[in-house]
Design a protein around this ligand. Structure first.
Ligand SMILES: [Zn+2]
Length: 100
């Protein structure tokens, strides 16, 4: 069985690429890191613009979830009244581990 590979133009860099065969109809961005980042940003914007998702991280159960997380991560407490330059990053959250 041979399936014809179709080329597609990337929505970010506008160069032609061959989409993954398993995702041929839905992939609109090439695998370049900058284009993947643009794809994620567009996807996030699309998700946030849906009315059903506007309250996704709100409500009593989400408050409880965050409170439990804060208890289990005491060094990661974020105080919005303190400037980022005043706060020392916890050693287990150094810049090298946060980078992706
Ligand atoms: Zn691209």
């Amino acid at each position: 069985m041979s399936r014809q590979q179709t080329r597609r133009k990337c929505r970010c860099c506008t160069k032609f690429f061959i989409p993954d065969p398993r995702n041929q109809t839905r992939q609109h961005y090439c695998p370049q890191p900058a284009c993947r980042q643009a794809s994620k940003a567009a996807s996030q914007r699309r998700w946030l613009s849906k009315a059903a998702n506007s309250d996704y991280f709100r409500g009593a159960d989400q408050v409880l979830r965050v409170q439990l997380w804060r208890k289990s991560h005491p060094g990661c407490l974020i105080d919005n009244s303190v400037k980022p330059s005043d706060v020392a990053m916890p050693s287990h959250l150094s810049a090298t581990t946060m980078r992706r």
